[in-house]
Design a protein around this ligand. Structure first.
Ligand code: NAI
Length: 484
C-alpha cells in the first residue's frame, strides 16, 4: 500500500508530547501515512499571523485534505481569531463527530454503560461569531441556523448511524423557546428521519437531554445537535466516561477532514511528559478508518484497549491499589506498541470494517421556495431618556406612519412594554419598535421602510439597526413579542 500523505501539526502545550507518542504508535501499528508537518498556533500568532496559520500551511492542507492536529492554545484578548474555528469554517468541516465510551470496570466512572456518539454542527449557531455592542448596556450575538446547515448535519448523523450500525438518533434542541432557529433544526430532523425508517428517533429539549446524558447515558446512541449545545454536552459526556483525556474527535466535510483530541493544550502539565495521549490517538484511529486503513485502526485500537485493561495508565486515570502501573506519556505509548496484535478480554474489542470508510455525506436536498412578502420593520433604538419610561417613547412613535405601515408595539429585551406594558418590567437602553402593515397582510416596499426610518430619525431618535419583517407563504417569519 502506498503511503497516504497527511498534514500534521504538533500544536502547543502538551501537543508535541502527545503527537510524538501518537505518531510512534501509528507507525508501529502499520499505518501507511506520510506526515507533512506544519507549524500553527502560538508561534504563528507571535509572528503576527492573527489567525495563527500562514498561507504555506493552507497549501499543505489543500493538497493532503486530511489533517491530524494536536491541541493549540488560543491567545487571550482581542484581535486573535480562534484557529480551530477558522480551520473548521475555511475547510467546511461541518460535522464534528465525538464518540463517548465508558471503559468500565477499568476506568472509574459513575456511569458504567456509556457508548454514544455526539454529532455536533460545526459552523453555524452563535459560533458564526457575529457580535455587536449596540448600546451602552446591550451586546448582541447573532444565532444563525440555516436549512442547508441543519439538513447536512442531520443527514450526516443518520448516515453515520447506518454506516456504524447504530440503532437510534436523538435530536437535542431548545425549540420550546427559540421557535424559529431551533424550531427549524427540529423540523428538519423530523423530515430527514422519515427517510430512515429503520432507525429509531427521539427529540429532547437540550436541558433535560443533557441531564439525562449525564445521569443515564445508556439511553443514547447517536445524538445530533447544534454547535453550542454540542460543544457543551460533548465535554459533559467525555467527563462522564472518566477523563476528558479520553475523547477523540473528527471534523468532517465534503472534501476535507481534521482529527484531534477533544481536550485543549493543558498548559498546566505541558513539558512534563505526563499527558495522556489517548484522546489524540483515538482521533488518529478515526483518521485511519476515514482513509481506508481499517486494519491498522483495529490493531492499534485493540492494543490501546488491552493497555487500559492491563492497568497501565497515565496519571489522569491511574488509581493506587486498583491499577497496575502509573506511566508517563512515552512509557504509555511503548506499552500500546508492546500490545500490538493483542485484543482486550474484559473490554469489548473493536472491529472497523472496510465499509466504515464509506464517505458519509450530509447532502442538502430541500430546495422549495416560499412566497416571501415584506410586511413591516423592527426599528431598534438606543434610547435613555425620560427615566426609560416606555409610555414616553410610545407617544413619540405612535404618530409615525407611511401609506401602508403604522406603529404596532415596543418591546424591551423581547418583552412587550408599550402599549399597556407592566411597570414592573425592567427596561434597558435597547428598544425594539415594531411597525407593520394591516394585520401583516398588505405588502410594503423597502422605499416605505426608508421613509419611515427617516421620520424616526427626524425625531432625533438613534436608530441602531432595522430588521425587515417578512411572511413566507403567509406564515410569520418573525417572533411575536413576549406578552403580546
Ligand atoms: P484543557 O482541555 O487543555 O485542560 C483541562 C484540564 O484537563 C487541565 O487540568 C489539563 O491538565 C487536563 N487535561 C487535558 N488534556 C489532558 C491530557 N491529555 N492528559 C491529562 N490531563 C489532561 O482545557 P483548558 O485548560 O480550558 O484550555 C487550555 C488551552 O487549550 C486554551 O488555550 C484553550 O483555548 C485551548 N483549547 C484548544 C482546543 C483545541 O485545540 N482543539 C480545545 C479546547 C481548548
Amino acid at each position: 500500500m502506498s503511503k497516504r500523505p497527511i498534514t500534521v501539526a504538533y500544536g502547543d502545550g502538551i501537543g508535541p508530547e502527545i503527537m510524538e507518542a501518537t505518531l510512534k504508535i501509528l507507525e508501529a501499528g502499520g499505518a501507511q501515512i506520510e506526515p507533512e508537518v506544519i507549524v500553527i498556533g502560538e508561534k504563528k500568532y507571535a509572528e503576527g499571523f492573527s489567525s495563527g496559520i500562514e498561507d504555506s500551511s493552507w497549501e499543505s492542507l489543500n493538497r493532503t485534505k486530511v489533517f491530524l492536529k494536536a491541541p493549540i492554545t488560543t491567545p487571550q484578548g482581542g484581535g486573535f481569531k480562534s484557529l480551530n474555528v477558522t480551520i473548521r469554517k475555511t475547510l467546511d468541516l461541518y460535522a464534528n463527530v465525538r464518540p463517548c465510551m465508558s471503559y468500565h470496570p477499568i476506568i472509574t466512572t459513575k456511569n458504567p454503560v456509556m457508548d454514544c456518539v455526539i454529532i455536533r454542527e460545526n459552523e453555524e449557531d452563535t459560533y458564526a461569531g457575529i457580535e455587536y455592542q449596540q448600546t451602552q448596556e446591550v451586546a448582541q450575538c447573532l444565532k444563525l441556523i440555516t436549512k442547508p446547515g441543519s439538513e447536512k448535519i442531520i443527514r450526516f448523523a443518520f448516515e453515520y448511524a447506518k454506516t456504524y450500525n447504530r440503532k437510534k438518533v436523538s435530536c437535542f434542541s431548545k425549540d420550546n423557546i427559540m421557535k424559529m432557529t431551533d424550531g427549524l433544526f427540529h423540523k428538519i430532523f423530523d423530515e430527514v428521519a422519515k427517510e430512515y425508517p429503520d432507525i429509531q428517533t427521539d427529540h429532547y429539549i437540550i436541558d433535560i437531554g443533557s441531564a439525562r446524558l449525564a445521569d443515564t447515558p445508556e439511553r443514547f446512541d447517536v445524538i445530533v445537535t447544534e454547535n453550542l449545545y454540542g460543544d457543551i454536552i460533548s465535554d459533559i459526556a467525555a467527563q462522564v466516561t472518566g477523563s476528558v483525556g479520553l475523547g477523540g474527535s473528527a471534523n468532517i466535510g465534503q472534501d476535507f477532514a481534521m482529527f484531534e483530541a477533544v481536550h485543549g493544550s493543558a498548559p498546566d502539565i505541558a513539558g512534563k511528559n505526563i499527558a495522556n495521549p489517548s484522546g489524540l490517538l483515538l482521533g488518529a484511529i478515526q483518521m485511519l478508518v476515514y482513509i481506508g486503513q481499517s486494519e491498522a485502526a483495529n490493531r492499534i485500537h485493540n492494543a490501546w484497549l488491552k493497555t487500559l485493561e492491563d492497568g497501565i495508565l497515565t496519571v489522569d486515570l491511574y488509581k493506587e491499589g486498583i491499577h497496575k502501573k502509573k506511566v508517563n506519556t512515552t512509557e504509555f505509548a511503548q506499552a500500546v506498541i508492546d500490545n500490538l496484535g493483542q485484543k482486550p478480554s474484559i473490554l469489548k474489542p473493536v472491529h472497523y470494517s472496510s465499509g466504515n470508510n464509506k464517505k458519509i455525506e450530509g447532502k442538502y436536498t430541500m430546495t422549495q421556495k416560499a412566497k416571501k412578502v415584506l410586511v413591516g420593520v423592527d426599528v431598534f433604538l438606543d434610547w435613555d431618556e425620560a427615566d426609560r419610561n416606555p409610555n414616553v417613547l410610545g407617544k413619540l412613535l405612535e404618530p409615525i406612519a407611511t401609506q401602508n405601515i403604522k406603529f404596532h408595539k415596543i418591546s424591551n429585551r423581547g418583552t412587550k412594554v408599550y402599549p399597556h406594558g407592566n411597570p414592573a418590567t425592567f427596561c434597558t437602553d435597547h428598544w425594539r419598535c415594531r411597525f407593520v402593515t394591516d394585520k401583516f397582510q398588505i405588502p410594503t416596499t423597502y422605499d416605505e421602510i426608508i421613509e419611515l426610518t427617516q421620520k424616526i430619525h427626524s425625531l432625533n431618535l438613534e436608530i441602531i439597526k432595522t430588521e425587515n419583517l417578512y411572511t413566507f407563504d403567509g406564515k410569520l417569519g418573525f417572533s411575536v413579542l413576549q406578552g403580546e
